[in-house]
Each structure stands twice: as structure tokens, then as C-alpha cells.
Design a protein around this ligand. Structure first.
Ligand code: G
Ligand code: MN
Length: 244
């Protein structure tokens, strides 16, 4: 029986300051011959915790670099963000493997950001720190994903080589009516600013979410309000339209 294939989708990241497209997050989708498009939650955890985690990541990296080559034609400096499963940070040659792939292209490391989720990175910070620091020194961006769902102390945040804080969508979508959630969103954006990190609001689903994140001076938005994750050709068309 055919199992289909894993393909990359791309979700735009939009500047809340000038409305320009600044990059895209690469998201895996499984095109199943019988079940159609399977969302990541249903299969990714399985891959990321098994022996295929590293080959899957390196394959996604190659796909992302190909995409960046094309996207940079339309918009020089266009950035891609990839989810990096935290267990891979313990692979001793991860950084070498990533840089070896990058060196086959002429894409600067600064055009690639690796996202790690707050919960997993903070539960084993010591083991993660040296690989994250090495990636940062090479010039890659490092984002904390789903910020607000885990527990990071201020001290840990200051110690980590992050360049970007992605605020979890539970503090972004439909929070105007909820004073506590609104305070968390405000605090997260303020922390980003204090630590000179780029703040990204995840899950901007409607006009109200967009307006709020903008008014709170969040830097970047991502979510259904701008676009759902798109297959490559649609993403390139979106990019062309936005950069006209
Ligand atoms: O945690 P991470 O940022 O990697 O999650 C990305 C996931 O969030 C993707 O599977 C994507 O389809 C989903 N997603 C993207 N934008 C939105 C949104 O506006 N609302 C909701 N509910 N989910 C979103
Ligand atoms: Mn992510």
C-alpha cells in the first residue's frame, strides 16, 4: 500500500509595522493517498521521537534551502523558519551537517531561523544550550516557539541565544475580552523588547487580533488572517503579489 509523501507547506510571516512579508515558517504536511492531507500533530511526534528524526529534518532543510533560493529572487533577504525538534540538539554533528548543506548554496545563515518549543528546551536547557549557541554563532536565527506555554525564568531567557520570541496563539487570538490573557500578551511583547528580541504573534486569525498585536507594538504576525500554510507554488505567488 502506498503511504504517500511528506511535503513542505509555507506560512507567511508579516511585519506588523509596515505590512511587508518578511518570511515564512516551513510546516510539514503528509499527503496520504487515502486520507488526503494529514496535519502534523497526527504524525510528526512519531517521526520526531524515532530514528527518522534526523533524516527527516535534514530533508526538510534541503527543501527549505531550495525554496529560499527561489523566494530570494522575488524578495532578497527573505527568511525561512524551521521547527527544530529539541532531541536533535543532542546530535553531536548536527551543526556540521546543517552548515555543510548551507555551504552548497550561497544563502546567508541569517536567512534561516530554527524554532524550538519553550516546553522542551526549558526542560533540558543545559543540554540544549551549547548547540543553540553554536548555531547562533554561525549566524542562524533562534526562535522560542509557543512562548507562554512553558516556564522560562527571566534568567534562563537572558542566558539563551534567542533572536525571536513566538508568542503562543492562546495569548493572541480573541484575547481582547480576557484581561488576564491580554496582560500576558502585553508582558510577552514587553519582554521581547527589553531583551531586544523580535516578537512574533502566532495565531493572528482575524482583524481584531491583528489590530491588537499591532497596537501593542508586536513586530511580526503569523496566522490565518494573513494566510493558511500554502504549498510552494502558492506561497511563491503570494510572495510575488505582496512584494509588488
Ligand atoms: O507551534 P507552531 O508555530 O510550529 O505551530 C504551527 C501550526 O499552527 C501549524 O500546524 C499551523 O497550521 C497552525 N496555525 C497556523 N496559523 C494558525 C492560526 O491562525 N490559528 C490556528 N488555530 N492555528 C494556526
Ligand atoms: Mn513553529
Amino acid at each position: 500500500m502506498q503511504s504517500g509523501e511528506i511535503i513542505a507547506y509555507y506560512q507567511p510571516k508579516i511585519s506588523l509595522i509596515d505590512d511587508q512579508i518578511v518570511g515564512a515558517e516551513v510546516l510539514a504536511r503528509w499527503q496520504h493517498p487515502k486520507h488526503g492531507m494529514v496535519p502534523p500533530a497526527a504524525f510528526l511526534e512519531h517521526i520526531e521521537n524515532g530514528p527518522l528524526a534526523l533524516p527527516h529534518f535534514l530533508f526538510q532543510l534541503a527543501t527549505t534551502l531550495d525554496f529560499l533560493k527561489e523566494a530570494s529572487i522575488y524578495l532578497p533577504g527573505f527568511c525561512a523558519s524551521m521547527n527544530l525538534p529539541v532531541p536533535l540538539l543532542s546530535e553531536h554533528d548536527l551543526v556540521d551537517k546543517i552548515t555543510a548543506q548551507l555551504e552548497q548554496t550561497n544563502i546567508p545563515a541569517a536567512q534561516l531561523t530554527f524554532e524550538v518549543t519553550e516546553t522542551s528546551v526549558m526542560s533540558n536547557l543545559k543540554a540544549c544550550l551549547s548547540t543553540l549557541t553554536r548555531l547562533r554563532i554561525k549566524g542562524f536565527g533562534i526562535a522560542m516557539d509557543d512562548y507562554g506555554t512553558g516556564y522560562s525564568s527571566m534568567k534562563q531567557l537572558a542566558k539563551c541565544p534567542f533572536t525571536e520570541l513566538k508568542i503562543d496563539r492562546s495569548f493572541v487570538h480573541a484575547v481582547t475580552e480576557d484581561q488576564k490573557l491580554l496582560s500576558i500578551l502585553t508582558a510577552a511583547i514587553n519582554i521581547s523588547q527589553e531583551l531586544e528580541l523580535t516578537s512574533v504573534a502566532e495565531g493572528v486569525e482575524d482583524f481584531e487580533d491583528w489590530r491588537l498585536a499591532r497596537n501593542l507594538n508586536c513586530d511580526i504576525g503569523q496566522g490565518f488572517y494573513f494566510s493558511r500554510p500554502l504549498p510552494k507554488q502558492e506561497m511563491l505567488a503570494y510572495l510575488m503579489k505582496r512584494s509588488e
